[in-house]
Design a protein around this ligand. Sequence first.
Ligand SMILES: *Cc1c(COP(=O)(O)O)cnc(C)c1O
Length: 659
Amino acid sequence: MPTTQGPGYNAAVEGFRETEYPMIKDSVYLDHAGTTLCAKSVMDAFASEMTSALFGNPHSASPSSQLSTSRIEDARMNLLSFFGADPAQYDLVFVPNATAGVKLVVDAMRSQPQGWFYAYHQACHTSLVGAREEALDSLCLDDDTVKSWIDGTDPFGDSPHQQPPITLFSYSAQSHMDGKRYPLSWSRDLKRANIDSDSRIFTLLDASSFSATSRLALDDPNLSPDFIVFSLYKIFGFPDLGALIVRRSAEFIFDRRKYFGGGTVDMVVSGKEQWHAPKSHFLHERLEDGTLPFHSIVALDIAMGVHLKLFGSMDHVSSHTSYLTQRLLHGLNRLRHANGAPVCSIYTESSGDPESLGTGPAVAFNIRNSLGAWISLTEFEKLASLKMMHIRTGGLCNPGGIASALGLQPWEMKRNFSAGYKCGAENDIISGKPTGVIRASLGAMSTVSDVDRFVSFVKEFFRETALPTPMAEDFDGLEATIPVGQPRLRLKAITVYPIKSCGGFSVPPGVPWEIRPEGLAWDRECASVDALNKEIRSRGGDAVEDRTFRANIVLEQADGMKGQQAFAEDGWASLCIGRQNFKLLGACRRCQMLCVDQETAEKKEEPFVTLAKTRRFDGKVYFGVHMRHDPPSRNDYTSKETQYPTIEVGEVVNVESRD
Ligand SMILES: *Cc1c(COP(=O)(O)O)cnc(C)c1O
């Protein structure tokens, strides 16, 4: 294997691909790195070993069982040495995946008699976020809060709980969303800063993404995480296994773990008396409940050998993938629509910052059309699949990273959920914002050709080569359909009623208010009162008297225009407020609710009595009309405005009569 990332290296990878990975000949594999592939030589060696030796269930004295036991211990030692971890300092526990490793740590934390505090970094995978549910108190920290913790400011300073003796801090060595890397020295720095505190800090380092293409060197004295989790299939492709490495000085945390199972005990008494003695020599003996996946562990040992033979060292993989990542970033960054607008909004930093630790091989981005509107991820994914581009889109199990990249506030995420958005849903652009990202991730088996084919795919399908029809012309065309001489109206008031049968909030002039598929933003949404209150406070504005009718929208005559007759709305078919079209659906039936004074809750006769005399048809009282937003469909171009339609007090209103 050539040691540099240049054409020689790439040619070598292409050679491997031909012989080792024939199944991806026509595919561009951009989902976790190409290393999630199974090398043919691993499969061959595994098949040959399985058919020439008998591996028995470990824990007995038979030769087949002893063979399994010794292969498992070899694999354990080889893996520790792959990470530079001295067995005198660290123990390694085999687990099904990284998440299972996290759960073992959480199990140990749960058994602490005085509870524990939990802090996790915002780029954490959901598997680490979920641990918070077991803690006495938990916090999500960004880079600045971690730094100030290191500088001596305890983030739990305001906690209503008394500080327990144990605090766990989790973070990812590398974000699996955008590839951003975080200082491996954080655990050392936090421990130093916290030396005088009553609460001891333990660090859980998630190396699942980082270790896929970089060497995690636990022999570096500056690294001192207590627990480290790995997804081994992201490094070696096969088998599907994970690992938890525990620093021996932190092993005592597991002493109070209650559950035991399989061969994790030296003696169990059950019957009239109940007593057991956990195995005491190695931590892994106490934590590996049940039969280990011994065939998989044999495969792992083989895969490690093949990995070494193919790539030489992790450093080769690392420099190759860094080179490809820069090429991908550059390729996507350069794509421009005919009007000059960028095709991709990229969230991955293409780091010029000298402080930065660099970026792992993951590029997170979204695509916009030439008018700035977002391309739906579902749309993108369908096309990508057709073109054999294997790529991941959506929330990527990274809630904090996504929220920070897309500028989504917690209330927006809750609102999106209440509007029907879930992980993997098709309606992925809500209120003019995407709800997820596209992630291309590269690995040891990725090539220059993968990167170039992917960039060409985005260019071919998403770059607009003709100038778009300007929206303004389109709307002028619409206004021209309204008969000349029609009286002009203006939007006098917008009121939203967040809680059914309670008072409304008047949208102040000058504030564009969003129209959603289900109605006006915040109308009748109990997803969100706190957030609404915040919104109201930040925008100010008093209620108007028209609110008695609980109308959302009130129109008035524009100055100097011919008057409309009262109740003229009964004859309207549609209207256009500013740039938004509405269809009128028929008169509103009224109930006595409109006689309740919204300030005092006092019930009065008027205006129901008068309306009942003048506006009663078929035994029911009607006043005003229902209307439905009619989003533009005849327009080929989705624009920012159509993804985030708004109306504003003061806008001109044109009406079209029924005949
Ligand atoms: C893949 C990944 C996980 C989850 O790993 P599993 O092996 O699926 O449990 C957690 N964190 C990061 C950073 C990952 O990349």
